[in-house]
Design a binder for this molecule. Structure first.
Ligand SMILES: [Zn+2]
Length: 390
């Protein structure tokens, strides 16, 4: 059995050990087993430690069938020098202890029991067994948790027997029968836990609740502790700074400034639609100012809806005209054929003829058809074919 140095002293981050086994797991990954280690393996919601053994990277640490496996490419025998990535571990200790405090506060003050905990790379979360949580409760819980941190209470660990458990007001029934480890913040929290925590609540430094969301009938509370609070603050500050500059508004007036901008966008959108309609009318008038019976035009990369609108406008205004429009895009040719009510012609006939030349598809009512196909000829050639079919 590997001696777990993180249970002797959680602050050990350099150590010497003897290699007891060079193993290869089921997936073919090599690992080392040591006689003692400060590397914490994944467990109790806390991710594994990283670091080095004789300078070689330890990618992952897992406890499998009582064996603590240090996954590394290092090939060695005899003694080895281990160093854990302390920044990563201390961050985990801050998040984990912060979770104990937050869960205790929610349960002690608001009767909201924690049913699960997730320690993520960026943020942590707990799921509370409640259907809803007011904003005020969230703020009060955050304040109470930070008070526990500020009071710098001790965080103690204790190995107890199953029989001794009844002496402690445990938050949750312990699932193991032996090697029971309690993590205790006197008067506040009594928990069976195998994770790593700092020696006092003050080292958690700060706790910030980010947001909450409904999760399968429970409420998930997202939070960060320690250095992550400052990191979040820095990130948010950057966003706020760039927005205050862009919107020319101080921080507290950013929401109103954004609302004003969105309202402007909606107004402009409406105005644009109105202008487009007017433009289509004017363009129709432009085409009709000539006495041509057939009105033809080639467009490039136009919105097909705009051209449809234009063709309809023309044939409505003058019922003796025929409209032939071709729109050319990067790889397609689109065709619109329309006629006024007094012209006796099924526009499907010329359309089908030219679409067959460009592997196209389309159709419509006798007075208005549209289609499109591949760019197998120029728009001018297609228009000539179309005209020839009338
Ligand atoms: Zn814990």
């Amino acid at each position: 059995m590997t001696e777990k140095l993180f249970y002797q002293d959680v602050y050990i981050h350099e150590f010497e050990a003897e290699i007891e086994k060079n193993g290869i797991d089921e997936q073919g990954s090599p690992y080392l087993v040591l006689n003692q280690t400060a590397f914490y393996p994944t467990g109790g919601g806390q991710p594994f430690d990283q670091g080095t053994l004789n300078g070689a990277q330890v990618q992952e640490v897992e406890e499998v069938e009582g064996e603590i496996r240090h996954y590394t490419d290092l090939k060695a025998t005899g003694s080895v020098k281990g160093e854990i990535d302390w920044e990563r571990r201390f961050d985990h200790m801050q998040q984990h202890a912060g979770q104990h405090i937050l869960s205790a506060v929610f349960e002690n003050k608001f009767d909201a029991k924690t049913i699960s905990f997730h320690l993520g790379q960026e943020v942590c979360s707990i799921d509370l067994e409640v259907e809803s949580l007011t904003e005020e409760t969230v703020l009060q819980a955050e304040e109470a948790a930070n008070l526990v941190i500020l009071e710098n209470r001790p965080i103690e660990t204790k190995w107890v027997t199953y029989e001794e458990l009844s002496q402690y007001p445990l938050r949750k029934a312990v699932s193991v029968k032996e090697d029971i480890r309690l993590v205790i913040i006197p008067d506040i929290d009594y928990n069976g836990c195998g994770g790593t925590h700092p020696g006092s609540t003050g080292e958690v430094a700060a706790l910030n609740i980010l947001h909450t969301e409904k999760q399968k009938g429970n409420i998930r509370v997202y939070f960060v502790c320690g250095h992550r609070v400052r990191k979040q603050l820095d990130e948010k500050h950057l966003v706020v700074q760039s927005l205050t500059a862009r919107l020319s508004a101080p921080q507290d007036q950013l929401p109103q400034a954004a609302d004003r901008l969105l309202e402007q966008v909606r107004d402009l959108e409406k105005e644009k639609e109105e202008l487009k309609k007017q433009l289509a009318e004017l363009r129709a008038d432009g085409y009709l100012s000539t006495s041509n019976h057939v009105i033809k035009e080639i467009f490039h990369d136009q919105e097909i809806a705009d051209i449809q609108h234009l063709a309809k406008n023309i044939t409505l205004k003058a019922d003796d005209r025929i409209v032939l429009f071709v729109n050319e895009t990067d790889d397609k040719l689109q065709v619109i054929c329309a006629r006024g009510n007094s012209v006796d012609m099924n526009m499907n006939l010329p359309l089908k003829k030219v679409l067959s030349l460009i592997n196209g598809r389309g159709g419509g009512k006798p007075d208005f058809v549209q289609g499109g196909g591949e760019k197998l000829m120029t728009a001018e050639e297609l228009l000539r074919h179309l005209e020839a079919e009338l």
